[in-house]
Design a protein around this ligand. Sequence first.
Ligand code: SAH
Length: 211
Amino acid sequence: MTVYFPEDKLKDQLVERGIRNPEVLRAIRVVPREEFVNPESRGIAYEDRPIPIGYGQTISQPYIVALMTELADVARGDRVLEVGTGCGYQTAVLAQLADQVYSVEIVAELSARAEKVLDAVGVSNVQLRVCDGWEGWPEKAPFDVILVAAAPPEIPPRLIEQLAEGGRLVIPVGEDRQVLKLLVKENGDLVEKRNFAVRFVPLVKNPTSIA
Ligand code: SAH
């Protein structure tokens, strides 16, 4: 197993802030984050910050990726939907833990670039699609985990429909003030289990795909 994430930074950024799941820490260690950022950002790939990836988007700070992954409680055999592929880094982390990861992205160029990098680093259990994440990916539902990397003002109803019973939805919600929520589907209803104050880019509404 090749370790890319420097151990001292992993301890400072993740362990000290409460990330404890050994499987999540292992996934973060083995994904080469420097391959997912633009070449000029390689030197800062493991710093404690988000990094611009073009098209007005950023790769999330490592802590946020780890926190969302830990909250999602991803297990072998799980089918995971990620909304907002971006550069594909979170996708690669999820792919270490899940059986299959489906990831949707609205910016075609980002999805194409993510596909190339995921292929180059040998991640094969992911499928990407260019579409509006408000719609989810109905053909692949139900999902055990849905993880949303951009903040909608309210929870997209299609995502609730596509979550399996017992499934976990990890999503930042809100406009000015955002709250990262862990919601679990219990008897058909979403039950909020945890929440954190955070900042994400907005989950844009694609006017052409809204009926
Ligand atoms: N997890 C990503 C972070 C991406 S930032 C990473 O590791 O790099 C959020 C992403 O959500 C951006 O790439 C943005 O283009 C995408 N996004 C925003 N609105 C969207 C929508 N409605 N549907 C799908 N993707 C969307």
